[in-house]
Write a protein that binds this ligand. Structure first.
Ligand SMILES: Nc1ncnc2c1ncn2[C@@H]1O[C@H](COP(=O)(O)OP(=O)(O)OP(=O)(O)O)[C@@H](O)[C@H]1O
Ligand SMILES: [Mg+2]
Length: 391
């Protein structure tokens, strides 16, 4: 699929912007702080209903404005669609598809599919486990929008169970019927957590198994490095190997585990940690405690990998996502924010070769010369929020 038009009103630094886009490669260049990333952030928002830079919507609305409106026209094998998102701070956002309001914003997911790589992705490698869980869940949603609902269900159950643990924690010395009632309530929430967590866990484990060969190939292609520098990834589930170390990763066939088996495993693990959960008032088992372990050359990437290695691995995760999402489907829009400046000439050329065949690639660069010539295409200048054709 590809974007044919993008229009922004009061989004970030843009009071008003309207831009025609074509398939193939488009490069946006211009000095720092002129609005290149704001542009691709808007496109990412239309695809995912979230920003890759901030967790709340407030910074997305132009200073002094009351709301922001984002619009995009998308063309793909299913014809054309018009997506509109209105960001209203403090109130519900409104989403429209082909001018018809959607009852639930998340119904728009899947209409525009993007894979966005940005400097912030370094946090995928260097940041907390939550960054990597979010990466997996976002990719699940991109590959099958029904995961948005599964994810929301799990988060709701987790929140309620955690609240219960907190309030029950102080009452561990309860006796008799009072104690039994807390136990029965917790049992019910254990069952709910396991039921909501199992499909998410199954999805993540299958995703990691599918993604792994693509990440390895992309890392090798980007780094061009000698063997032994290979990257690795493993999903470590708090339910399946709790208490085990980095080496004790899930057995390879766990990707085949049925959701029902995972539900049982979650229940069993929850049972095992009940006492410490009550002590600490936190939920110790479930997809929200899992880790996607990444390694380079056999060492954990976090804390060991060099800056260049981390950057290449983060990029490999996104390129692998792109490869996975395009399998059996039309191409997502590939967005590369500021990626070339960080790479040496060899890596630049290899990356250019990898992405040149995508249906639509949007690239930002402060220095246009950093973008390899093989990625010739439409070129735009971004200066003070004005976007003009440069060739
Ligand atoms: N809500 C907002 N209202 C007004 N201006 C904003 C808002 N949010 C961000 N900006 C401005 O947008 C600019 C940043 O734009 P952006 O991140 O797109 O820059 P860039 O062109 O990608 O720069 P770089 O090359 O450094 O990555 C900053 O000057 C910032 O002050
Ligand atoms: Mg930028």
């Amino acid at each position: 699929m590809h974007l044919t038009r993008l229009a922004l009103t009061d989004f970030r630094s843009y009071a008003s912007l309207s831009l025609e886009l074509e398939p193939g490669v488009t490069t946006f260049s211009g000095p720092n702080g002129e609005g290149k990333t704001n542009l691709v952030e808007a496109i990412g928002y239309l695809a995912t209903l979230g920003s890759h830079r901030v967790a709340t919507d407030a910074p997305l609305i132009r200073q002094g404005a009351e709301r922001a409106v984002l619009r995009a026209a998308v063309t793909g094998t299913n014809g054309s669609a018009l997506i509109e998102v209105e960001l209203n701070p403090g109130r519900a956002n409104r989403v429209r598809l082909n001018r018809a309001p959607l009852p639930r914003p998340r119904e728009i997911l899947g209409t525009l599919r993007t894979v966005l790589f940005a400097p912030e992705d370094l946090a995928l490698v260097k940041g907390d486990p939550g960054e990597r869980r979010r990466f997996l869940d976002d990719l699940l949603v991109a590959s099958a929008p029904r995961y948005a609902g599964l994810r929301a269900d799990y988060e709701r159950v987790l929140k309620q169970r955690t609240a219960l643990l907190k309030s029950a924690g102080g009452k561990t010395r309860l006796r008799g019927p009072a104690r039994e009632s807390v136990t029965a309530t917790l049992d019910a929430w254990d069952a709910q957590l396991a039921r909501a967590g199992a499909p998410l866990l199954a999805g993540r484990m299958r995703l990691v198994a599918e993604l792994r060969p693509h990440v390895e190939a992309a890392y090798e292609a980007v780094s061009g490095g000698p063997r032994g520098e290979a990257s690795g990834m493993n999903y470590r589930s708090s339910a399946l190997n709790s208490g085990e170390g980095f080496e004790d990763v899930a057995a390879p066939d766990t990707a085949q585990l049925e959701t029902a088996q995972l539900e049982t495993a979650l229940l069993k693990a929850l049972d095992g940690v009940r006492a410490s959960e009550l002590d600490r008032g936190v939920c110790l088992v479930g997809p929200h405690r899992d880790e996607l372990e990444l390694s380079v050359g056999g060492l954990p990437a976090r804390g060991y990998a060099s800056h260049g290695e981390s950057w290449s691995l983060a990029l490999a995760l996104r390129l692998a996502s792109f490869t996975l999402l395009r399998q059996g489907h039309e191409d997502p829009v590939l967005i590369l924010d500021d990626v070339f400046a960080e790479l040496d000439a060899g890596r630049r050329d290899r990356l250019a070769g990898l992405v040149a065949g995508a249906e639509q690639v949007l690239i930002t660069a402060a220095v246009p010369a950093d973008v390899p010539d093989v990625l010739a295409g439409a070129r735009f200048e971004v200066q003070a929020g004005v976007i003009s054709r440069a060739g």
